[in-house]
Design a protein around this ligand. Structure first.
Ligand SMILES: Nc1nc2c(ncn2[C@@H]2O[C@H](COP(=O)(O)OP(=O)(O)OP(=O)(O)O)[C@@H](O)[C@H]2O)c(=O)[nH]1
Length: 595
């Protein structure tokens, strides 16, 4: 029954305990037998389990009995990392309430605030929940005060829990039943459902995870995706569950469920699209959300040039599941054929590269990530640049625009000086600064490229790990920028070109080639490493020669020993790409991130 359904998400800053709480709620509802209860059932990907992070939002349907009444709880776990905040917004769009988890030993953090804003945009009922109260350093009163002060959320009613021991979790589930509103919507209206996630299953094809707002979806019904204008018969329907999905003949108003359409690609079932009946259509689609847009681009190249087609296949397969990746073939004079690939952020890039290598057995070189620049040329044409080497010659450029983000940073006041210095160094512009107890909440606009370049690591180290950080894109602004080229042994290595602020070009160029000098192994000959702007060489370093061949010392005789040495050399070369005669290791392509 519709009034007994509760759709809710869990939102929190990273590591405040969302996934642990989700596990505990599933267990309290008796939905997974204790013996099947592995830690973090909701994180199903190997990489998620290994890294202890949630990448893909997961949903689960649970049964719960309170005061003799049967309830259906639909729980949507959301990822906490900023790269995946897109998943947070779509999960929240399909919920009626959200548990706001705050770690009682930490307090409000940057992502707590960012996620609350998304929840408020969606008019969700927010339940403040203070977690980890089993720890000796827990200070729930201070944390609740912070929530009221920083967010303005009334915390008179709140829950204190330990997701780890289960303390307070049953009371929390009762609060969910009492406080999260039941879904509204006319059961007799034409079908109206929001696709809030989609993925690919090798047996069932593309699957859509939906929330039904009006009417219902039935097995056998011919439905229409209103945006893509694609019509398809519903083959089967399921309720989501990480271990045992339950078949059903109908997903009713207010419910969430998985729709099996027997389609071979997720492109047709776009997240944010509305599903309706093919004949009896709903007059108006649900306000969807913008498709996930890649913000960070990098070249990905197979080390073995024969593997280009394998890499394309692997990317095709990953995209079936993750429509936020974009890629198109590119060729680099230095690296050969590869793909310019777009990601949601740095962590997303790392995860995809790791999956490509692990799941598809590829050895890859990735170039340093860069943001997208917009260039207005003197002839009036506006172009988008995803690769610094594509920047037109300076005399063809009128203006370069670079993407900015609004950064939210929370930091204990003792580190405020360090953080402001770092932000200034990164060309940040302050909008606001507020005290929340002994911590400071900073609001800055910063060029996104500065965030891509090593910002997070430096923020962590300059605050001993006490600062938290979140950002959202806010559009393009004019920048005074230049392209810096790198030459190795006299040849420009296009994959090493970067776009830098004009007033930093000299220092960046110097630092970059110093770093490269350390990373390029000695060769049999001397190698010059140079930085140039246009035709001007602005800095130079030399990698000295080894002067001898490693195999030379086994005087012809022992052939097995010689072969072993050569094999060793080969293995060492695995992560290298030869540029001209010079072997350049993967680290060199990433060196720019550290300057
Ligand atoms: N002592 C204690 N530890 C907890 C509690 N809840 C979670 N933890 C621990 O805190 C860490 C982070 O918990 P997760 O559930 O992975 O956090 P998360 O918010 O889901 O993190 P992401 O999925 O990466 O966003 C894990 O080591 C948990 O074991 C709790 O109530 N008490």
């Amino acid at each position: 029954m519709q009034e007994n359904i509760r759709n809710f998400s869990i939102i929190a800053h990273i590591d405040h305990g969302k996934s642990t709480l989700a596990d505990r709620i599933i267990q309290e509802c008796g939905s997974v037998a204790d013996r099947d209860m592995s830690a973090q059932v909701m994180d199903t990907m190997d990489i998620e389990k290994e890294r202890g992070i949630t990448i893909k939002a997961q949903s689960v349907r649970l049964d719960y009995v309170k005061d003799g009444q049967n309830y259906v709880l639909n729980l949507i776990d959301t990822p906490g990392h900023v790269d995946f905040s897109y998943e947070v917004s779509r999960s929240l769009a399909s919920s009626d309430g959200a548990l706001l988890i705050v770690d009682s030993t930490q307090g409000v953090e940057a992502q707590t605030i960012a996620n609350v804003y998304i929840a408020m945009d969606n008019d969700l009922e927010l339940l403040p929940v203070v977690n980890k109260i089993d720890l000796p350093s827990a200070d729930p009163d201070r944390v609740l005060e912070e929530v009221e002060e920083a967010i303005g959320l009334d915390c008179t009613e709140h829950n204190l829990i330990s997701a780890k021991t289960g303390l307070g979790v049953r009371d929390l589930i009762d609060s969910i039943v009492d406080r999260v509103p039941a879904p509204k919507g006319d059961t007799n209206a034409p079908t109206k459902a929001l696709i809030y996630d989609s993925w690919f299953d090798s047996y069932l094809g593309a699957l859509a995870l939906v929330r039904v707002y009006e009417g219902s979806i039935k097995k056998g019904q011919v439905v229409r995706m209103m945006n893509t204008e694609h019509e398809q018969q519903v083959l089967s329907l399921m309720y989501p569950h990480p271990l045992k999905k339950q078949q059903t003949d109908e997903i009713k108003t207010g419910e969430i469920g998985i729709v099996v359409l027997g389609i071979k690609t997720v492109d047709i079932i776009a997240v944010g699209d509305t599903i309706t009946d093919a004949k009896n259509r709903t007059p108006q689609a649900i306000d969807g959300f913008e498709p996930a847009k890649p913000f960070v681009f990098a070249g990905i190249y197979p080390i073995d040039t024969d593997k280009f087609e394998d890499l394309r296949d692997a990317l095709d397969k990953l995209r079936l599941n993750d429509s936020s990746i974009s890629y198109e073939p590119e060729s680099s004079a230095a690296l050969g054929s590869g793909f310019r690939t777009g990601f949601l952020g740095m962590l997303h890039m790392e995860v995809i590269k790791e999956r490509l290598e692990r799941e598809f057995n590829l050895d890859l070189i990735a170039t340093a990530p860069t943001v997208v620049y917009e260039v207005l040329k003197v002839d009036g044409e506006k172009i988008s640049i995803q690769n610094p080497s594509e920047l037109p010659m300076p005399n063809h450029i009128d203006t370069i625009f670079e993407p900015y983000v609004k950064a939210t940073i929370l930091v204990p006041d003792e580190f405020l000086g360090n953080v402001i210095k770092l932000l200034n160094d990164k060309r940040g512009v302050q909008n606001k600064m507020d005290y929340i107890g002994k911590r400071v909440l900073l609001d800055y606009d910063i060029p996104m490229n500065e965030i891509v370049m090593d910002f997070y690591d430096r923020l962590k180290s300059t605050t001993k790990g006490y600062a938290s950080f979140d950002y959202e894109p806010i559009g393009f602004r004019e920048g005074v920028l230049q392209k810096l080229d790198i030459k190795v042994a006299g040849e420009v290595v296009d994959a090493l070109s970067i776009i830098v602020p004009e007033n930093k070009a000299l220092s960046k160029g110097r630092e970059f080639i110093k770093a490269l000098k350390e990373l390029i192994p000695r060769q049999l000959f001397e190698v010059a490493v140079q930085a140039s702007i246009g035709a001007n060489i602005i800095a130079r370093e030399t990698v000295k020669s080894t002067g001898k061949n490693v195999t030379a010392k086994c005087y012809g005789g022992d052939i097995t020993r010689k072969r072993k040495l050569l094999d060793k050399q080969k293995a060492g070369k695995k992560r290298m790409k030869s540029i001209g005669k010079v072997n350049v290791p993967q680290e060199a392509f990433m060196a720019v991130l550290k300057i």
